[in-house]
Design a protein around this ligand. Structure first.
Ligand code: SAM
Ligand code: SF4
Length: 319
């Protein structure tokens, strides 16, 4: 489906829960408010939205959260999404803590790819940043996902004074395991403070210093805005998701569905179209989906003083 700016919108991130078993300090620290359970869409309600979305050409889905694997039935939901007539791809973003035990069911459900978030390769730092997560479990899940043949990527957020000394270690892991590791710029969402993050331009300078053979890689590796670099002839790649400085809005192909049924045209703005009142009416759902797509802005407003930016947590908006 084309929006008013003539972009092809074919991808929806679906938050199936705002709950999480981690408490990442920049995302969902201790004590943050939760959505009422009765306000969270049922899987069948989400599927109704996806049926309408599929008819409009939105055929790729990323299941996310909060942490999607804490919601009971996530594996079956992936299967149901895959079985919709128009679906092309279903992928999952997870913190990895529960991934290994879910992997067989997710593979059987037809999951196309997984992204695992991992900000550090040191167990003590990992426990600190995630509020008690277990690096070993996530590393085991990563190894299991890679050896199962599932397309697997790692997402990493580098912060000043915390894990900035690990950029090269993550790149080494990418080339050693033959996977893509993507660096995401910190956004001013939730407790995220870009002043603590790094511009990806700086990271690229470091990566090219460490790997002089690093070359732009235009292999299509997913549905997103990452720009990849690789070493010709070697497996693996590093990717840069320059959410803040990249200004890739003109090629943005996505909308985001919150766990309560709010469809967000853009991650940055508070603007959302509430789909919940229209769930029983397929035509009205299609109309509201079109409305959200047409409301996609020309570009994000991160860093613009006084702009109507998103105040909810990343975990509440299908981050
Ligand atoms: N729980 C799953 C996970 O961690 O992958 C899925 C949801 S989580 C909100 C998705 C991604 O958003 C994670 O990779 C996390 O690092 C990222 N994230 C959260 N807050 C962010 C922020 N303020 N700026 C940039 N990325 C953020
Ligand atoms: Fe949970 Fe993911 Fe947010 Fe961490 S980044 S608190 S794992 S939703």
């Amino acid at each position: 489906m084309k929006d008013a700016l003539q972009r092809d919108i074919n991808y929806m991130r679906i938050s199936i829960t705002d709950r999480c078993n981690y408490r990442c300090r920049y995302c969902m620290p201790e004590g943050c408010a939760k959505v009422r359970m009765e306000d969270i869409l049922t899987y069948e309600e989400i599927l109704q939205i996806c049926r309408a979305a599929g008819r409009l050409g939105i055929v790729n889905y990323k299941v996310t959260g909060g942490e999607p694997l804490v919601r009971i039935g996530c594996d079956s939901f992936v299967r149901m999404l895959k079985e919709l007539p128009d679906t092309r791809q279903v992928t999952l973003t997870t913190n990895g803590e529960l991934l290994e035990e879910h992997l067989p069911a997710l593979l059987a459900a037809g999951l196309d790819a997984v992204n695992i978030s991992m900000d550090t390769l040191r167990a003590d730092r990992f426990s600190f940043i995630t509020g008690g997560g277990h690096l070993g479990k996530v590393q085991d899940a990563l190894a299991a996902a890679v050896s199962s043949g599932l397309k697997t990527k790692v997402n990493c957020l580098i912060q000043k004074g915390f894990n900035e000394d690990e950029v090269e270690d993550f790149a080494a892991m990418a080339f050693e395991k033959g996977i893509a590791v993507r660096f995401i710029e910190m956004m001013p969402i939730g407790c995220g403070d870009p002043a603590n993050g790094y511009s990806n331009a700086v990271l690229l300078d470091r990566l090219t210093a460490a790997y002089p053979g690093l070359t732009a890689d235009d292999t299509v590796r997913g549905n997103g805005p990452a720009v990849y670099y690789h070493i010709p002839g070697q497996a693996g790649a590093v990717g840069l998701i320059s959410a803040l400085h990249g200004m890739f809005c003109s090629s943005c192909n996505r909308v985001r569905l919150s766990a309560q049924g709010q469809l967000k045209p853009c991650l940055c703005y508070e603007d959302a179209v509430d789909l919940k009142p229209f769930l029983a009416d397929p035509q009205a759902l299609e109309d509201r989906l079109r409305e959200a797509v047409l409301r996609k802005p020309e570009q994000h407003c991160f860093g613009v003083t006084g702009a109507p930016t998103e105040h909810r947590l990343m975990a509440q908006i299908g981050g």
